[in-house]
Design a protein around this ligand. Structure first.
Ligand code: E4P
Length: 218
């Protein structure tokens, strides 16, 4: 399972990349707005920190505009993944870009039918938003299960399921049980994965016992 981080905060990305556990980054227009920086500068800096796929989302909503913006974004670095909305124009742009060998991430996926379209459009990744479905009383993880099952039925569907809008560690373990390829995590959720009170308690006890021996290792 690959771990992407869902942020445009380059200081956070640098810190998390040092763990060696980071496989990529996702951003969206809201995260870029939150950073207060220019999208081209932020994406270029992220691509220097992380060698894996870095999703940069188009802001245009029409096919020609998306293709123009995609040309600018993909020129930033080899690992830019052009993120496109799940709309007729977005999928048309996805088909074209995928044919040109550009990595693509089809975002704002909320149904299995939409995910089938993304796979047929040759998307590298499809991003179903589990948290936002949970927010409206639907089961986001059920959608992940459905999409993974459907994709497994077809050898020619190469699209990776990128679980997005993740809110807690349970989303991560549930996605892993289903066999989703990627999860994109807000930094705070990524940090939560490390935490267990028995780990802290056990370490404190080991350290106290060790100190009593008066020994050093190095
Ligand atoms: C995915 O690519 C999106 O950037 C993100 O996961 C959306 O998460 P949110 O629903 O917490 O905004």
């Amino acid at each position: 399972m690959k771990f992407f981080v869902d942020t445009a905060d380059t200081a956070e990305i640098k810190a998390l990349a040092a763990s060696g556990l980071l496989d990529g980054v996702t951003t969206n227009p809201s995260l870029i707005a939150k950073s207060g920086r220019k999208i081209l500068d932020v994406i270029a800096e992220i691509c220097e920190i992380v060698d894996g796929p870095v999703s940069a989302e188009v802001a245009a909503t029409d096919y020609d505009g998306m293709m123009r913006e995609a040309a600018v974004l993909r020129a930033i670095a080899h690992n830019v993944t052009v993120k496109l909305p799940l709309t007729p124009d977005g999928l048309r742009a996805c088909r074209m870009l995928s044919g040109e060998g550009v990595m693509t991430n089809v975002t704002l996926c909320f149904s299995a039918a939409q995910a089938i379209l993304a796979a047929k459009a040759g998307a590298t990744f499809v991003s179903p938003f589990v948290g936002r479905l949970d927010d409206i009383g639907q089961d986001g993880m059920e959608l992940i299960d459905e999409i993974v099952t459907i994709y497994d039925n077809y050898e020619d569907f190469d699209t990776q399921v990128l679980v997005a809008s993740v809110r807690n560690p349970i989303h991560v373990t549930a996605a892993a049980k289903i066999g989703a390829h990627v999860v994109t995590l807000p930094p705070n959720v990524l940090r939560m994965l490390y935490a267990h009170p028995l780990t802290d308690k056990g370490l404190a006890a080991f350290m106290a016992d060790w100190a009593a021996t008066g020994q050093t290792i190095a």
